[in-house]
Design a protein around this ligand. Structure first.
Ligand code: NAP
Length: 310
């Protein structure tokens, strides 16, 4: 019987592992198919405290993994949880066809960026297509260049505002003629002289796959069906996130978008099941906040286990 099983190997999962391992709880961490999580897909992380020159996302996650292992975390590398039974006192997880039993579970499964669904978008990822302005906006390739943000929600507005620090102009391409974002955010965005809204339009292609880097986008006006192109060096897709919470549907309480709800501290509606990171957070979504939530979940799990043995 495991004392703690952590599902997910992003900042939240590895931080929970470091803390529970140092509390002698001998955690088992199931990494998922993409060990290290979303951050491994980012080139350089410049906003994680302690790395004044920045650190490669993959390198940062490898260091977190080593730190977790150093204190005794056991990893099921590349494994995924296929199903969960959280109905009894002992939780049962099906992993690689085997059943793992646990007294506590920390869910740190993260979230994925919603994609436009274009082949050219996938081919040009990290070559100008990105899903995180905070992570990538300051890269030299985007400085003093025209940039595109896709989306009309708070995230898209935030990304566009942030990118005005770097780009020569920021085109905000939205499929309707009004923003979904909160009024204050929308007003602020539209008042920014460096942001040029492109209404009623969708990106139909990212250019230029042949050159192996983003040089522009092809767009279509949904009202007139007119097609045109816009030159740009970067495409920041901000059309929402999809929390990786499907595994827990019907068992763990979540909001209408699938974000797992915290009831008491980091504990979910199921006592003994805790949550941390982007699968529970649609507001901050930063490596450092996910790490903080992982720490909180580990401390909550430790206290819960101490309560069980009293
Ligand atoms: P969101 O509110 O769901 O907005 C997603 C946007 O992307 C919408 O404008 C949507 O268009 C558009 N979109 C969706 N699928 C698309 C597609 N396939 N092609 C083109 N456009 C598409 O997502 P979000 O902006 O990430 O925000 C998520 C939640 O976090 C919201 O509750 C938001 O308020 C919150 N948030 C808050 C803050 C803040 O308060 N500082 C910052 C960021 C996020 P439609 O409008 O036509 O549906």
């Amino acid at each position: 019987m495991e004392k703690v099983v952590i599902i997910g190997s992003g900042c939240a999962g590895y931080t929970a592992a470091i803390y529970t391992a140092r509390a002698n709880l001998n955690p088992l961490l199931i990494t998922g198919e993409m060990p290290g999580g979303l951050l491994t897909t980012t080139s350089i992380v410049e906003n994680f405290p302690g790395f004044p020159e920045g650190i490669d996302g993959y390198e940062l996650m490898t260091r977190m993994q080593k730190q977790a292992e150093r204190f005794g975390t056991r990893l099921k590398f590349g494994s995924t949880v296929e199903s969960v039974d959280l109905s009894g006192k002992t939780f049962k997880l099906s992993v690689d066809g085997e059943t793992v039993e646990a007294q506590t579970v920390i869910i740190a499964t993260g979230a994925g960026h919603r994609h436009l669904g274009l082949k050219s978008e996938d081919l040009l990822e990290k070559k100008g297509v990105t899903y995180c302005a905070t992570c990538d906006g300051a890269l030299p390739m985007f400085r003093n260049q025209p940039l595109v943000v896709v989306g009309g929600g708070d995230s898209a507005c935030e990304e566009a505002m942030y990118l005005t620090r770097f780009g020569s102009v920021v085109y905000l391409i939205h499929r309707r003629d009004s923003l979904r974002a909160s009024k204050i955010m929308a007003d602020r965005t539209l008042a920014n002289p460096k942001i040029k809204p492109v209404w009623d339009s969708v990106v139909t292609e990212v250019l230029d796959v042949k050159q192996d880097k983003v040089t522009g986008v092809q767009i279509k006006n949904l009202k007139t069906n007119a097609e045109s192109t816009l030159d740009c060096a970067g495409v920041f897709v901000a059309i929402g996130h999809i929390p990786n919470s499907q595994l827990f549907k019907g068992v763990i309480d979540m909001d209408e978008n699938g974000y797992i709800l915290r009831k008491e501290g980091s504990m979910t509606n199921v006592p003994g099941v805790f949550v941390a990171g982007d699968c529970s957070d649609h507001v901050y979504r930063q490596a450092i906040t996910a790490a903080g939530m992982g720490c909180a979940a580990a401390i909550d799990a430790e206290r819960y286990l101490a309560g069980l043995s009293q």
